[in-house]
Design a protein around this ligand. Sequence first.
Ligand SMILES: *Cc1c(COP(=O)(O)O)cnc(C)c1O
Length: 369
Amino acid sequence: MNVPFLNLKTQYTNLKSDIDNAIANVISDTAFIKGKYVDQFEKEFANAYGVKHCIGVANGTDAIYIILKMLGIGQGDEVITVANTWISSSETITQTGAKPVFIDIEPDYYCIDPLKIEAKITSNTKAIIAVHLFGQANNIKQLKAICQKHNLFLIEDCAQSHFTEYDQQYVGTFGIASTFSFYPGKNLGAYGDAGAIITNDDALALKMRMYSAHGALIKHQHEMEGINSRLDGLQASILSAKLPNIKQWNEQRIQHAALYSSLLHDVKDLVIPVVRENTKHTFHLYVIRTALRNELQNYLKEHGIETQIHYPVPLPFLKAYRYLNHKPADFPIAYQYQSEILSLPMYPELKKEEIEYVASSIKNFFSKK
Ligand SMILES: *Cc1c(COP(=O)(O)O)cnc(C)c1O
């Protein structure tokens, strides 16, 4: 049996007429940039989250940059983020002129460790970017308390956590503004690059909308210089066609995760995901840990099972951040886990037999140890 890490084709096949119609409508209306399909998706996404504003942008990375920039963050400022995530969190901080300050991860939940934040706060610290990684909610209560105490903005990166819940409230609705990526493999994915920002702050929303479109709300009336980061009509229309299914897709992921966990929980030397209390983890990724990670990954590959690593090198140890002179001891958990974490195949259309095959292959591997 072959189990790919991701399968986007089955989802397309299941929704083919909806998607094909969505694409055809945009083309026949020639509503390629901005226009009614973008307006419609922005409204639908804001409604789904119960927030006042959604601003469609070109991708999830720009979304972070636009928030930071319109919060006035720049040269001389510091922004705190997490050591193990995708580079968007830190590269956008640098792009504004500010300095990224990394914090180690929680041993159980893989999110920023609130207990390690306060020691890194200085008079220059302006914001915390929390990444709800793998679909797991951060410890919002502690993060909010820290932000309130030190007068910092909380920005939530929800690229891997569409409709994840914390205390029965969607993540992405706790901070000043939140970002989404609709990269094709995300829980809600477009057919190309796409992203969005949500916020309840009217003034900030207006500025971000303006900045993302060359600093103009009305064509040729540039109130400032901006960037070109627009959501296009085709992506918006495809996202509108997919949005009604996201909750069901998340439930399928949650069921798949439960099946993996029930089959793997008693494997010695293997750690399965732990879900934070009072949260709904939406399992963008199902990440296990073992000291025999490389060996296990090769074994699974030989048995037709594709896995990935998120991420092979924590941000502070990348060549890009060598100038910060970080040592393994600065981020002991992220450093240890980089050689232990392994992401198993996970997508809504995964079949029960495939999950059972992956689990039994893992068990066979460990039984020979
Ligand atoms: C995918 C991702 C992003 C970036 O999104 P793009 O749309 O690819 O720019 C940012 N943060 C995290 C955690 C992601 O997984």
